[in-house]
Design a protein around this ligand. Structure first.
Ligand code: HEM
Length: 391
């Protein structure tokens, strides 16, 4: 045991871990009826780490060319031991990461956690979400199957419609005029090198800012949080965080094993356009909106350009929420932003359900809320606090 202890002390000393340990020992987390929402960012982070681990394993077999990509994934799924499981975990975890990131965004939005001094935490989180969506878009094409090929064709076409920069964006994304092997290599580069590097930096900054500022309390619950003793991060909150990761792992493992990710047919660029082109579910609300726009022009501009510009503007507004919502700083509340948030959520879920012609998106929302409720019940903050308060 002595060599182990000495190695630990050596590392502790050389890495100057003393101040970090002291910070963690004093760190507390506010306790109120919505404290459960503090676990969602951690769960999102967990899925991101799963993505890195499984993505590296997939890279060992994947070959990024139009001739070999599909076959390499097929080989991985049929001949490599547990290859199908690693691929299934990677695909499911990507979707769960985006789902938890959306729920995390919604909770910090409604809790007004973007109030000063957390503007930068919000902005870095928002950028991380956009990067996660870019991961999804670039990863979708990699198996080079019919569905992903035609969805990428349509997706990049939409980018090409933007006035002015559209044609340039289309060529930039595709690496030429058409979706070809050049597009695949380009998407692969983004997916395994550029995006992971930027995302790691952005998420590192995001989590660092959370550590520096601590967790915020929603304005309406400040009195309640003052009455209740905050929970110590070590060990109470950290153990609950770990339990959240375990729950996330359970959901992920069940989905990946019971519903293995399918591969479909190899892309055939000369086949007639695929009848039922579907983007990833998180782009469905935009896709469905565009599908419902009638053909025609206004002042020489195609009708579909307007919703595309509107979605771009909405992304910018989302990024700038902390700077636009001035009421929340002055009055501690901002009903207008809350109402707008509810309407946007209803629109997104409604359009997604319409796009799929199914109520599944509504059930996903209900199940997610039920799981969060169950988690809140299991981690019961109140009991530990009462026990701690006893002399
Ligand atoms: C995409 C990946 C993301 C990861 C891995 C992540 C991770 C985290 C973690 C671990 C925390 C601390 C615990 C918690 O509050 O849940 C946190 C807090 C926070 N996040 Fe994120 N986050 C992500 C996306 C976002 C997004 C999209 C936003 C909003 C646009 C956001 C805004 C915030 C804010 C404002 C806080 C502070 C909450 C408070 O003080 O009450 N994050 N994030």
């Amino acid at each position: 045991m002595e060599p182990l202890r000495r190695t630990r002390d050596w590392m502790w000393d050389r890495l100057s871990l003393g101040p970090v340990a002291a910070q963690l020992a004093h760190k507390t987390v506010p306790v109120h009826r919505y404290s459960v929402f503090y676990y969602l960012g951690g769960m999102t982070l967990f899925f991101f780490l799963v993505q890195i681990a499984t993505g590296i394993l997939l890279m060992l077999y994947y070959r990024p060319s139009a001739e070999n990509a599909f076959e390499s994934v097929q080989f991985l799924m049929t001949s490599v031991p547990f290859g199908w499981l690693i691929r299934s975990i990677h695909s499911w975890s990507a979707n769960l990461m985006i789902l938890t990131a959306f729920v995390h965004l919604a909770t910090v939005f409604f809790a007004k956690a973007y109030r000063p001094p957390r503007e930068a935490t919000w902005v870095t989180g928002c950028v991380a979400l956009f990067l996660a969506l870019a991961f999804g878009f670039s990863g979708y094409l990699l198996p080079w199957n019919q569905l992903s090929f035609f969805a990428t064709k349509v997706g990049t076409e939409i980018a090409g419609v933007v006035p002015g920069i559209g044609p340039w964006m289309l060529r930039f994304l595709r690496g030429g005029d058409r979706v070809t092997g050049a597009t695949l290599s380009r998407f692969y580069g983004w997916h395994v090198a550029i995006l992971p590097a930027i995302t790691t930096i952005v998420l590192g900054l995001h989590v660092l800012l959370v550590q520096l500022h601590g967790m915020s309390v929603p304005p309406t619950l400040e009195e309640e949080a003052k009455r209740r003793r905050p929970m110590r991060f070590l060990p109470h909150y950290a153990l609950r965080d770990l339990f959240g990761w375990l729950l996330a792992l359970g959901v992920l493992a069940a989905l990946a094993a019971l519903f293995p990710w399918e591969l479909g047919e190899k892309a055939n660029p000369f086949a007639p356009a695929y009848a039922d082109i579907k983007p990833e579910w998180y782009f469905m609300f935009m896709f469905q909106t565009l599908k419902k726009v009638p053909g025609g022009q206004f002042l020489g501009i195609e009708y579909e350009v307007f919703p595309i510009l509107l979605f771009g503007l909405a992304g910018l507004v989302l990024l700038l929420v902390p700077f636009l919502d001035r009421n929340v700083t002055r009055k501690g509340r901002s009903r207008g932003f809350t109402a707008a948030g509810v309407l946007v959520l209803i629109y997104m879920v409604g359009m997604t359900a319409w796009g799929y012609r199914s109520l599944t998106p509504v059930w996903v929302v209900v199940t997610t809320l039920a799981l969060i409720g169950l988690f809140a019940f299991v981690v019961r903050h109140r009991e530990v606090v009462e026990r701690e308060e006893r002399p």
